[in-house]
Design a protein around this ligand. Structure first.
Ligand code: SF4
Length: 282
């Protein structure tokens, strides 16, 4: 009887006769297959293809996979109760204001020439504000930072980009909004403007608001709220109220620069701006 060794020897001889240099042994239970024994005449192995990387559900999507931004008018927050009332000044007093330019352009020219407080000494450019004279929404921030001082424009850089996104999300593109600050010249080291600096500069903002006469004012940050509402209340106390600035509804919310530091404030800001947006339609 032919034993297994003889059979295997004959098998190898046949393979050599057929011109094979590599031999694949059949797999048997309990016998591990060789790691890789390929016949010499087998086609070259196809290049390995990487399986697509798994994208975490939380990853931001771009391009065609981008998440749809929620519409501003779904699940609207309710209009909050009334807040602080700042009455309009007597018209005769206002007309006597030496900073009361007759037009927005005249106010801008006055600001560029202004030396009424110490901030003028450190400015590269005054930042009067920008936007259409008939804007329905006016955004008010604190004061120019380094980028604004360099360019002479309000809300540029990352905080400006975020503001642009917020405005676009409520269907109020930046070019339709007037944007200004409490002080028009940059405080050194981006500190908060001093009381006397705000007092010296506020007549310009009052005049801008009187000339534009918007439907809504959005005060972004505690300094803007303090200057317009004459109060030092916290944002927590001043948000979620419809204040009255000289007959114009005024909403207080976080400054975009604060949102960059603390994204947890984006949600309440989204509610605030949608309250402002609803007031625009009233
Ligand atoms: S901050 Fe205002 S008040 Fe002070 S110099 Fe500039 S424009 Fe004039």
């Amino acid at each position: 009887m032919t034993n297994a060794r003889d059979l295997f020897r004959r098998y190898l001889s046949q393979q050599v006769a057929l011109g094979r240099s590599l031999v694949t042994l059949p797999n048997r239970p309990g016998v591990a297959a060789p790691p890789h024994v390929a016949p010499a005449d087998s086609p070259p192995a196809a290049p390995a293809t990487a399986s697509p990387a798994k994208v975490p559900a939380t990853a931001p999507r771009t391009g065609r996979g981008r998440r749809e931004a929620p519409r501003w008018d779904t699940d609207l927050p309710p209009i909050p109760p009334a807040g602080i009332v700042i009455p309009a000044p007597d018209s005769d007093l206002f007309a006597a204001d030496p900073l009361a330019g007759a037009t927005l352009d005249a106010v801008v020219a006055q600001i560029h020439a202004c030396t009424h407080c110490g901030l003028h000494a450190g400015r590269a450019n005054a930042v009067p504000g920008e936007g259409p004279a008939d804007a329905r929404l006016v955004v008010v921030g604190e004061g120019p930072g380094a980028n604004e001082d360099r360019l002479g424009r309000p809300f540029v850089g990352r905080a400006g980009d975020l503001l642009n996104e917020i405005l676009a999300a409520i269907d109020c593109p930046r070019e339709t909004v007037y944007i200004a600050n409490v002080v028009k010249c940059r405080p050194p080291d981006n500190r908060k403007p001093l009381g006397e600096e705000m007092e010296a500069c506020m007549p310009y903002l009052h005049r801008q608001l009187a000339l534009i006469r918007p439907k809504v004012v959005l005060a972004m940050g505690a300094t803007a709220a303090e200057a317009l509402l004459h109060t030092r209340g916290s944002l927590g106390q001043l948000r979620n109220r419809v204040h009255d600035y000289r007959g114009i509804p005024l909403i207080v919310t976080y400054h975009p620069a604060a949102l960059l530091r603390n994204p947890n404030w984006k949600r309440p800001t989204w509610d605030d701006v949608r309250i402002a947006r609803q007031l625009l339609d009233r």
